[in-house]
Design a protein around this ligand. Structure first.
Ligand SMILES: [Zn+2]
Length: 255
């Protein structure tokens, strides 16, 4: 029963995340403006605003103007539902499960905004960092000092990379949003999981970059947003980082 509820709750929250993803970068009101089609402005009645199902019923098109609805909508809803189910399955019910769910919501929202607009809004990165700094005093798995030093250390390291690219190579290899995002990640993940997150992010970023350069014939100056990779790495590190580290150290332990 609690599992089904976590999925339903995740679908509803995912539908709200879609609103944030669409409106926050455009500086539109998130809370008070009712749902509407971005092209024809037609209001979307509540019975056509059901997560995932409405998209399927409407065959992915606006009922009024037939404009295609981005598949991002059902994707974010399903992903949030899965994340809530996973958080509940891993941490049960309680404060830490809620904190993990909030963290996952931030990862999903940041990834999709960065994919579309190449920005990571301060409201989410710095707002999330403030929230998880406060939570670091209650975190059951990570000591407060670990959380704070990991966040600040990672932010300084990324800021160093940012200025290195800017001054030495005269390109913006990273956005400054990435610096603020690793601060947020460190505060919830702690040093070990953060290291796994950054390694997975870099590895997946390089693989996807190579794919675009080799298969899609893009040039080497191709700019990929790093936020989605950081999200992916942090997501995996939260749930499987400890197991991955244990496996890697067991490999090194071999004669
Ligand atoms: Zn429309």
């Amino acid at each position: 029963m609690a599992e089904a509820l976590s999925i339903v709750f995740g679908l509803i929250v995912g539908s709200f995340l879609n609103v944030v993803i669409h409106r926050l970068p455009l500086k539109q009101d998130i809370v008070f403006r009712p749902s509407h089609c971005p092209r024809c402005q037609a209001a979307i009645p509540f019975y056509l605003n059901v997560p995932v199902l409405s998209y399927l019923v409407l065959l992915g098109r606006c009922r009024s103007c037939r404009a295609p609805i981005s598949p991002r909508y059902p994707l974010v809803e399903a992903l949030t539902a899965f994340s809530f189910w996973l958080a509940h399955n891993t941490y049960g019910l309680g404060l830490h499960a809620v904190a993990a769910a909030v963290f996952l919501c931030l990862l999903i929202t940041l990834a999709f905004i960065d994919l579309q607009h190449m920005i990571l809004p301060d409201e989410l990165t710095l707002g999330g960092a403030a929230l998880f700094f406060a939570y670091s005093f209650f975190h059951p798995e990570i000591a407060t000092m670990d959380a704070v030093l990991s966040g600040i250390g990672a932010a300084l390291f990324f800021a160093g990379l940012f200025y290195f690219y800017l001054k030495v190579r005269r390109i913006e290899g990273l956005g400054f949003g990435d610096v603020k995002m690793v601060l947020l990640l460190g505060l919830f993940l702690g040093l070990h999981r953060l290291a796994v997150a950054v390694m997975l992010a870099s590895l997946s970023g390089v693989l996807v970059g190579l794919y675009f350069i080799l298969c899609k014939k893009k040039d080497l100056k191709l700019a990929l947003p790093f936020g989605p990779f950081l999200s992916l790495g942090a997501y995996a590190a939260l749930f499987w980082g400890d197991a991955l580290l244990a496996w890697v150290s067991s490999l090194w332990g071999l004669p």
